[in-house]
Design a binder for this molecule. Structure first.
Ligand code: ACM
Length: 733
């Protein structure tokens, strides 16, 4: 394997790298992967004399970006940086570009790192900011100190709209949380922060015109106008647009606590404490509603410089309108017969108000109704079809379906979703231009300020790559390698997705050691919103202090163990590590059990620890069979597979990810299931190498070679290899 890797590297030196699959994370640990890169042999030293020189256009925003960059590199390397004489990195910017980050602005840059010096050229300040982030990701420790690889990079985004929506309503997100996430967003070149600011559970921005919105509708958790200005400026410095969302006409219960006259039914109203879709909706039949909105939008429009203003529009169930006599009379007068058409009427009025205040409307895909102004942007969350439909009708369109971080999918699942897939694949080139990009969504029913970073990062970096990098950058193996890298550098930008875990586990175990919980947490995965909806948890005042809240959505440890098991095809080097891990799992239950006896919050995960111990023992037995090349006893594989199915059932809203590498080990022992042949192509050389290896049976090898070869070629073009392998297998047995 190693030899092959070196060979590929050798032929690649000095050649154009146009795909992440062609390069290892060790060579170019970048995320998002650039449009074009040429790696050459050599290194640029990064030491305490590191200095950035500014040529061409320069302003306070660029200088601040450079200062942040140097401070970040200093944190990342641990090297105090005093400016040296000569610049190590020359930055040449042609012009200011848009002062307030704008849709479609030039974000391209050209970065050249040579052994003696580096240069970064960009047309705009935003382009330079993107290039600095690339440079920061390239810095790694080497044999003589920190260094960056010599490389030439040409880079520009694929889509102009690359965002994160954060729900600051269902759980309160202080300014510090927003700012550290803006830093991390900038690190992966995202450029839209969509701030979900009002919903049934709260109204989160100070309105001086309508103070009861927050006085009565926020529990005291709201952003002052000074906070908003601070966040907008912070984002602007990092080339990130801020789009506020005031969700209406549904999701408005919190508005009605202070202003019940806006509602379709008399009230009184209280802040909603549960999760879900609720009936209260704005009374769209009264002129007073529009006067109020005129005032509110005017006030908010002045706070948020971006021309786009999100009006929500999702999940209006129409019940409040159907039950109101005056609204039904209004509908008859206007010859409107459905709730959908009532909402279209409302949107039309809303759009005029936005226009008056210089704003362009964006809404969730429910706003895609008759008569919608062409300039309105549609954010597609219910499926990819609405994205294409919006584009066909001439609207700009942003994809969020498939990018819901609260579902806690593995990064690879989000990564596989492309805005131009599905119905969008049939668009004309002209219509395709309307697809502006995508936005990940972090709804906060089951996250709070303590846990939100670990639900956003590092998985958002994979979505950021989907939206920035060329379309053919799709190799999940390469993505995960680079994701692990970027996940570490993100901690230096300030997000606490990794560092928050240990204090949470310590709190759970207190006053005892959290070691056993850490072992369990490292190989467990939290279920997403779909796995957590139950009566007991369906409310905002439920504490998020359980094991499931500490555990990450995707286990990096398990992924590396899966790779270790797969490596058994060609080498037995991973056996000691696998044995040590499985032994630790088998023993961990005994350490954790006493913790659970004394502690309610740990008690619920004792069964999970029991499952881990069983999985550990199954894995140890499989490893023994593999090592001694013994066949499994009759029915053993099937029996263990059934047992692993049982162990994989969620416990305490957590999935035991540890089952996955054990399943692979058991399959390695077992006979070759024909279904596996379908999975992957294989190459005869690695089959031969594997067969020759002392720890493998031929069946194991064929199994694993098929499973591990990640070629994307279609199977039927590789059938000959399968046949060859089968022949080799027969001759060997
Ligand atoms: C949404 O998820 N209701 C936009």
């Amino acid at each position: 394997m190693l030899v092959a890797r070196r060979f590929h590297l050798a032929i690649r030196i000095g050649t154009l790298i146009a795909s992440s699959a062609m390069v290892s994370a060790a060579e170019l640990p970048l995320m998002p992967f650039p449009s074009k890169a040429i790696v050459s042999e050599g290194r640029l030293r990064v030491d305490s004399s590191f200095r950035v020189g500014l040529n061409g256009y320069s302003d306070l925003r660029l200088m601040a970006a450079v200062d942040r960059f140097v401070a970040r590199v200093s944190r990342q390397t641990g090297i105090p940086m005093l400016p040296g004489k000569a610049a190590t990195l020359e930055v040449e910017c042609k012009e200011r570009g848009s002062l307030v980050p704008a849709l479609g602005e030039d974000e391209s840059y050209h970065l050249e790192i040579r052994p003696d010096q580096a240069s970064l050229e960009a047309r705009t300040v935003t382009g330079a900011i993107r290039g600095l982030e690339t440079f920061a990701q390239l810095i790694r420790p080497g044999p003589d100190g920190f260094q960056a690889p010599t490389v030439t990079i040409e880079d520009r985004p694929r889509f102009p709209w690359r965002g994160l929506m954060l729900d600051a309503v269902r759980h309160w997100m202080p300014v510090s949380v927003i700012e550290r996430n803006l830093d991390a967003m900038a690190a992966v070149k995202l450029n839209v922060f969509h701030w979900h600011l009002s919903d049934d559970q709260g109204f989160r921005v100070e309105s001086r015109r309508y103070p009861r919105l927050t006085q009565m509708g926020s529990d005291g958790n709201f952003y002052t106008q000074a906070d908003v200005r601070q966040v907008v400026a912070y984002a602007q410095d990092r080339g990130i647009r801020v789009i506020p969302e005031f969700d209406m006409p549904g999701h408005t219960t919190a508005w009605f606590v202070g202003y019940p006259e806006l509602a379709s039914a008399p009230g009184p109203y209280a802040i909603e404490r549960k999760w879900g879709v609720f009936a209260p909706s704005l009374d769209l039949s009264r002129e007073a509603t529009y006067s109020f909105l005129d005032g509110l939008i005017g006030e908010m429009a002045a706070l948020f410089p971006d021309p786009y203003f999100h009006v929500g529009g999702d999940e209006v169930d129409g019940a409040a309108w159907r039950q109101s006599r005056s609204i039904q009379a209004f509908a008859r007068d206007h010859q409107i017969t459905t709730s959908r058409d009532l909402q279209a009427y409302f949107n039309h009025r809303l759009q005029k108000l936005l226009q008056k205040h210089g704003k362009i409307m964006i809404g969730w895909d429910e706003v895609l109704g008759p008569g919608l102004a062409r300039e309105t942007v549609i954010q597609s969350w219910r499926g990819q079809a609405s994205l294409a439909e919006a584009a066909v009708r001439g609207h700009g369109a942003v994809l969020s379906f498939g990018y819901y971080l609260d579902q806690l999918w593995p990064a690879s699942r989000h990564y596989a979703i492309d805005p131009l897939d599905g119905a969008a694949g049939d668009l004309t080139p002209e219509q395709t231009k309307n697809i502006l990009g995508g936005e990940a969504c972090m709804w906060s029913e089951y996250v709070n300020a303590e846990t939100v970073d670990s639900r956003i990062w590092p998985r958002l970096a994979a979505i950021a790559e989907r939206l920035w990098s060329p379309r053919d950058v799709t190799d999940a193996g390469s993505m995960y390698e680079r994701l692990e890298n970027v996940s570490r550098t993100l901690e230096w930008t300030g997000v606490e997705h990794q560092s928050a875990l240990e204090p949470m586990l310590d709190r759970l175990a207190s006053p005892r050691s959290s070691h056993a919980l850490r072992v369990l947490a490292g190989v467990s995965e939290a279920l997403g919103i779909e796995g957590r909806r139950n009566l007991a948890e369906n409310a905002s005042l439920v504490p998020l202090n359980r094991f499931v809240d500490a555990v990450r959505p995707e286990s990096e440890r398990v992924r590396t163990l899966e790779l270790a098991v797969k490596s058994l095809t060609t080498s037995s080097a991973a056996i000691p590590e696998l044995r040590a891990t499985l032994t630790e799992w088998a023993a961990n239950e005994a350490e954790l059990r006493p913790l659970g006896e004394a502690n309610l919050l740990v008690a619920e995960v004792v069964p999970l620890a029991t499952h881990l111990a069983v999985a550990g023992r199954i894995g140890l037995r499989a490893l023994e069979l593999i090592e001694t090349k013994q066949p499994a006893p009759g029915g053993w594989v099937e029996e263990q597979s059934r047992e692993l199915d049982r162990l994989e059932q969620p416990t305490a809203q957590v999935r035991l990810a540890a089952v996955r590498p054990v399943r692979l080990l058991v399959a390695t022992v077992g006979p070759l299931p024909t279904a596996r042949l379908r999975l992957q192509a294989l190459d005869s050389a690695s089959v031969r190498r594997g067969i020759e290896h002392p720890c493998n049976t031929p069946a194991t090898v064929l199994n694993w070679t098929i499973e591990t070869n990640r070629s994307t070629m279609r199977l039927n073009s590789k059938l000959w290899v399968v046949r060859l392998a089968a022949r080799m297998l027969r001759s060997h047995e």
